[in-house]
Design a protein around this ligand. Sequence first.
Ligand code: GUN
Length: 291
Amino acid sequence: MNAQIINGIEIARLVRAEWKLRADRLIQLGVPPGLAVIIIGDNPASSIYVRNKVKACTEIGIYSEVHSFPEDVEQSEVLDCIQELNESSRVHGILVQLPLPAHFENNRIITSIAIEKDVDGFHFFNVGALVTGNAVFLPCTPYGVMTMLMRHHIPIEGQHVVVVGRSNIVGKPMAFMLLEQGATVTICTSKTRDLAQFTKNADILVVATGKARMITAEMVKPGAVVIDVGINRLTNGKLCGDVDYEAVKTIAGYITPVPGGVGPMTITMLLCNTILAAERAQAGIRMVATN
Ligand code: GUN
């Protein structure tokens, strides 16, 4: 039996069409949603991501501005830029493209973004809010995964979910979002001893390790939902995920392809978070720590 394919391109299209109506309303009110993207250095992958983000903003009616800095820029210059953006009424969301150059203090940068403009949801306040069930912004990639599960009416409560990967961007927020929805969550890493013993017990398996095709068919329970967050480039130039797609799709109940799975959802959820931030600003809702 072949798995049902979870088509990220199609779901992204539907979600964007719905949120475009919300963006249109803000535009009519004279408050077009605005996103500022900061990019430092010339990492080719980051440059492509940023270009795609700007294109997606334009398509949905979000104003965007890109602030590019050379690799050797002083951290203080970037902090000054973030401070200006925090105060700008034109900008509702701020995203600093990661990874940062080695001389940067990631935590200083992330925590300098205003909580109510942190559309990545990476600020420590927002991480704490998420973990305690008070999320201000859901981090874009796990938010995209949750949306895919919801659109397919895949039950989460009571299910055993195994998340492979413990990054701050995907693995950790993913685990807490699923926990919040009542799943029993196991967090593994690519180095977990006897990883298959865990993955074979997963009703839902989310993989975000960055290791090409590391999840093989023997590691998957028949009928499981398999979500592949990985995007790896093979030596032949082709893209593949962290899951051996061709083999696993004969075992799984549902599976996301790469490309065309989680990838298109990440940018979509960034657009949603930016529109949400603009709606809050327009309504005068402030998201600030009270002490
Ligand atoms: N680099 C890779 N993924 C992300 C992301 O979701 N947000 C940011 N800011 N940088 C990234």
